[in-house]
Design a binder for this molecule. Structure first.
Ligand code: MN
Ligand code: MN
Length: 465
């Protein structure tokens, strides 16, 4: 009997062999981070991996007009979110086991008319995406990822700033010598949203034919863009270009126990969910991996969790089982068990005052069960049912998953939300369960390798139970 419950550092419980497993897992995760810095890149990675494991597209399954247990299906939602299904032995209406994360991360987007010139500099206007501390995004190497559609409908993909030989891009900050006024401002006002302009050129265009042109630096950049990608200024209107940190995922610490990278939120849980479902082969209940877009801006839009995408996929699969009806769809969703696989706050000894030290998550103490998120008296949260918390806890205990509990900050300190409440609307049992992240939403976030590994092992066990 354990009268007291103590959450321990997960590294302590690992054998030497398991430590190696954690390191191997982390190396693969770092590759995913470096490959997938946007939701579109993550979707490509996830589908490519799924195909290696025998997944076929939902369209192909519909064309085959049949489905059987053990079937593996992926549903691509406009190249920006994706769902994986491993069909179980039981009918869908018995419920599914779902691990749902998101693959969009806070970043800086280009505006539709971004290019301008000022003081002989060519710059891009931006609009930030998700919750960022604006001052963190200045004076650091930035890369540019995304797509544009040309007038003829052709798609152009851009990814520049990641290779060592690539140029990077830059948002300036004011020199300290002249920052008397700026330094007196509140942290939230020192750098403004409209001040996040991206420096992309400084060399005027040459040639007799341009001698009467104004804005020669802007023109030169547009000429280079045309030579590189065949694009014109108007094409930025029909584009999604994302500015992200240019740095790579790196080990942290003499013991290499941690990883710093852009986009742990929420690629750390998405990657764990991906590995978990791909390694499972057969199952009682249908297993689902959700990799959603738009979580950082409220899960709206047709690639976000609030869209009917997931529901429509399940409807298609029920139809393939035979005898579709609405009741079966409702039952499939209501009878499901879901881990909302998203990151949570971690105790940061530099800022101990924002958490309740008895209820917050700690680095390396394992995967975090967050019963509720929300703000100001649990406002807007999905407060998981005790019965379901008990189920998840038992699955973890039976499978030697090191877990801990967490809270998104102490009472009345702030808060946040995830996709948990959306899936709960269907009647499904849902709990937030993911990895603790330090410096969440900063250009470089930090996680513990053993927490990443426990998330993967935990998700895998959950899907199988
Ligand atoms: Mn998140
Ligand atoms: Mn977030």
């Amino acid at each position: 009997m354990d009268l007291k419950k103590e959450f321990k550092n997960a590294w302590e419980s690992l054998s030497e062999h398991e430590v190696k497993e954690v390191m191997d897992y982390s190396n693969e995760y770092k590759k995913f981070l470096d490959y997938g810095k946007t939701e579109r890149e993550c979707v490509k990675y996830i589908i490519d991996e799924a195909k290696k494991y025998g997944y076929i597209s939902l369209e192909e399954a519909i064309k085959n007009n049949k489905i059987e247990s053990g079937a593996k299906i992926y549903a691509n939602n406009k190249d920006k979110s994706v769902a994986l299904f491993l069909m179980g032995n039981k009918e869908l209406q018995e419920g599914m086991r779902v691990v749902g994360g998101h693959i969009d991360s806070p970043r800086i987007d280009l505006k539709p008319v971004p290019v301008y010139e000022d003081s002989d500099q060519a710059l891009l206007k931006t609009h930030y995406y998700g919750g960022i501390k604006k001052y963190q995004w200045t004076a650091l190497p930035l890369s540019m990822h995304g797509v544009l559609y040309k007038k003829n409908g052709e798609k152009v993909e851009i990814c520049i700033g990641e290779k060592d030989e690539d140029p990077i891009f830059y948002i300036s900050d004011l020199l300290i010598h002249l920052s008397k006024d700026q330094m007196a401002k509140k942290l939230s006002e020192g750098i403004t949203g409209e001040g996040l302009n991206l420096l992309i050129g400084n060399m005027p265009i040459k040639g007799e034919e341009y001698k009467d042109e104004k804005e020669k630096v802007k023109l030169n950049v547009l000429k280079i863009l045309n030579e590189m990608y065949g694009i014109e200024e108007e094409d930025f209107v029909s584009a999604e270009i994302e500015i992200v940190p240019a740095s790579k995922a790196r080990d942290v610490g003499f013991d290499r126990s941690m990883i710093s990278a852009y986009g742990h939120d929420d690629r750390v849980c998405s990657f764990a969910g991906l590995k978990a479902i791909l390694e499972n082969e057969s199952s009682e209940y249908t297993q689902v991996g959700l990799f959603m877009d738009k979580e950082e801006v409220g899960s709206m839009g047709n690639t976000g969790m609030q869209s009917r995408f997931f529901e429509n996929c399940v409807a298609e699969l029920i139809n393939l089982e035979g005898d579709y009806n609405d009741l079966k769809l409702r039952r499939s969703l209501a009878n499901s068990k879901v881990l909302s696989a998203d990151v949570t706050a971690i105790m940061d000894p530099n800022y101990p005052d924002v958490v309740d030290k008895r209820n917050c998550a700690y680095l390396s103490k394992g995967i975090v069960l967050t019963k509720y998120t929300g703000a100001r008296g649990k406002g807007g949260c999905n407060d998981a049912n005790a019965e379901f918390v008990s189920h998840v806890k038992n699955v973890f205990n039976e499978n030697n998953i090191v877990w801990q509990t967490g809270e998104l900050g102490k009472v009345d300190q702030g808060g946040g939300g995830t996709i948990a409440y959306i899936l709960a609307n269907y009647g499904a049992e849902v709990i937030d369960c993911g990895v603790g992240v330090m410096s969440m939403h900063a250009p470089l976030e930090l996680v513990s390798k053993v927490d990443c590994f426990m998330a993967y092992r935990g998700y895998k066990a959950f899907l199988n139970n």
